[in-house]
Design a protein around this ligand. Structure first.
Ligand SMILES: [Zn+2]
Length: 294
């Protein structure tokens, strides 16, 4: 049954509607944007991430601390599956001995609930079925049925600048034309620049600025989608770790463990509000996003 014509569904998915109102529930959508290796404090106090800074100011910014080792494989596994390192068994980027089979990523959870999904990533282990991992379930049947769209670019081999540009462009089109119910979008150039030049280098700042522009492209696509469709979108932005001044990560230095979840809601008129008195964990991110889908 169409959720728009089912009063029970409306009551369940639209807690903002009060008795006596005739407002119908809008279709709800979620997007999680992952920016690898972002020093969040620098990004929010500096001049290189104006889009992210404005997004965090307009919505909600929840600080969180990543589990050690602060490496991409374990970090994104925790963020995307909601399981801690001890459960998913990913402790490095080889994924050796992982137990991802015992977890369910948040896109698969959304799919199980009947939602369409998109994964657009420039680091193959996140989603490429031919890579180590992958963290996100491939779900070939869903892809063939048009319920899951997968776009992978190999930034590790061919460089992240172009790979991230492709990912942002694909995401813009997908949001405009299809409006998938649940999406994960990953951008990797900031981490690459941190490794090559260090976390306080002009090259790192330039990468932050380019990725911030990609974030702007994605947020513009959501805003346009909301203006052309009567939908209620929740966008989240996060990172898996920071970078040392000289470049590199993996340890427990606060500049490495410090992360965040920035949330912004589009098309509702009511802010998405997480109780900021509760300190969230990386493993809470997918649950918080999914709660918007109802
Ligand atoms: Zn990383």
């Amino acid at each position: 049954m169409d959720a728009r014509t089912n009063p029970d569904e409306i009551a369940r998915t639209n807690p903002d509607s009060s008795p006596g109102t005739t407002a119908l529930a809008k279709p709800r959508k979620i997007v999680l944007v992952g920016i690898d290796g972002l020093r969040i404090d620098d990004a929010l106090t500096g001049v290189h991430a104006p889009v992210l800074s404005a997004f965090a100011r307009a919505g909600q910014l929840l600080p969180l601390e990543m589990e050690v080792p602060t490496i991409s494989g374990p970090g994104w596994s925790s963020i995307l599956t909601g399981a801690p390192h001890s459960v998913h068994g990913v402790f490095d980027n080889t994924f050796h001995g992982h137990r991802l089979d015992a977890t369910t990523d948040f896109l698969a959870r959304a799919s199980h609930a009947g939602h369409s999904t998109l994964a657009a990533v420039s680091w193959p282990p996140l989603a490429d079925p031919a890579s180590a991992g992958p963290i996100l379930t491939t779900r070939l049947d869903d892809q063939r049925a048009g319920r899951h769209r997968l776009v992978v670019r190999d930034g590790e081999t061919y460089g992240y600048r172009m790979a991230d540009g492709d990912i942002a462009a694909f995401t813009r089109l997908a949001i405009r034309d299809a409006g998938p119910d649940a999406s994960f979008v990953y951008l990797g150039e900031v981490d690459e620049a941190g490794h090559l030049y260090g976390g306080v280098s002009p090259e790192y700042d330039a990468a932050v600025a380019r990725v911030d522009t990609h974030l702007g492209t994605i947020l513009d696509a959501v805003a346009r989608r909301v203006s052309t469709h009567d939908e209620d979108w929740l966008v989240g932005v996060t990172t898996d770790h920071g970078h040392l001044d000289e470049g590199g990560h993996g340890g427990a230095d606060p500049v490495l463990t410090r992360s965040f979840l920035a949330l912004g809601r589009y098309g509702s008129g009511v802010p998405f509000d997480v109780d900021s008195a509760i300190r969230i964990q990386p493993t809470d991110i997918s649950r918080i996003l999914l709660s918007h889908l109802g």
